[in-house]
Design a protein around this ligand. Structure first.
Ligand code: ATP
Length: 231
């Protein structure tokens, strides 16, 4: 279980996450939703240690993780696919993947073979520069790169943003395999409601840095969608 307990975070004077508490159950897919600017990316970045907390605790399987540096968080089992993918455009696909290898245990520093089973397209493009891939292929590379460390929890920030519908369906299938077949805990920031409904077991809606609604996905009501999600 990943637990956020009364988390507060500021950018300068700007109070971005406000007493935010959230339980993310192991093995489930939890979607974080909310309008632009409510703090979804900040929440994921705080879990990854990119943004220091002003107060509150983040615990993974009962252990507080704030004491761990941003570099150490992946070794705790946290895989992160940032918004906008942020692959290295001038490095090859192989080099982008290899970046995670030093975080694997000694003696096991090779790309796990299941990654190429999930993303066969990447195997055919290992020598190609990341920047020469299509948007969908770059998103696949970003997910694959996060998987190199064998994460327990995979955090994905708007993985469908700017991606063609056929690739969105492919990415949905991959997330489902990771979550439902392999039991990986998934935290998904997503604005597209049908995609969220397809994948998520639970939802959490943020508004101005606070959790305003959460529960099983099927309990999300039309009124909540209207109040917090539609523009
Ligand atoms: N590095 C930063 N410095 C200062 N303010 C920031 C920074 N990053 C984000 N913010 C502000 O914090 C608030 C929350 O931003 P955040 O990106 O977490 O929201 P979001 O819900 O992910 O939005 P979006 O859906 O647009 O990605 C916004 O008002 C944003 O302008």
């Amino acid at each position: 279980m990943l637990v956020l307990d009364t988390v507060n975070q500021y950018y300068g004077q700007s109070h971005t996450l406000r007493d935010l508490s959230l339980d993310i159950p192991t093995g489930e897919c939890t979607v974080i939703m909310g309008r632009n600017g409510v703090g979804k990316t900040t929440l994921l970045q705080s879990i990854m240690g990119i943004n220091p907390l002003a107060s509150g605790r983040i615990m993974l399987d009962g252990q507080p993780i704030q004491g761990h540096s941003v570099e150490a968080r992946p070794t705790l089992g946290l895989g992160y696919v940032p918004q906008g993918r942020q692959i290295f455009p001038l490095l090859s696909v192989q080099e982008n993947l290899d970046i995670g290898l030093p975080m694997r245990p000694r003696g096991q520093r090779q790309i796990p073979s299941y990654i190429f089973e999930l993303f066969p397209v990447l195997k055919d493009m290992l020598a190609r520069r990341g920047g020469d891939l299509s948007g969908g292929q770059q998103q696949q590379l970003a997910i694959a790169r996060a998987l190199v460390i064998d994460p327990k929890v995979l955090l994905l920030d708007e993985p469908t943003e700017g991606i063609q519908p056929n690739v969105v369906a492919e990415i949905a299938g991959i997330i489902q395999k990771l979550n439902k077949d392999m039991g990986m805990t998934v935290v998904l920031v997503e604005q597209k409601l049908p995609f969220a409904r397809k994948l998520a077991d639970r939802f959490c809606i943020l508004d101005r840095g606070q959790t305003v609604a959460q529960g099983p996905m099927e309990a999300l009501t039309g009124d909540q969608v209207k109040a917090y999600l539609t523009v």
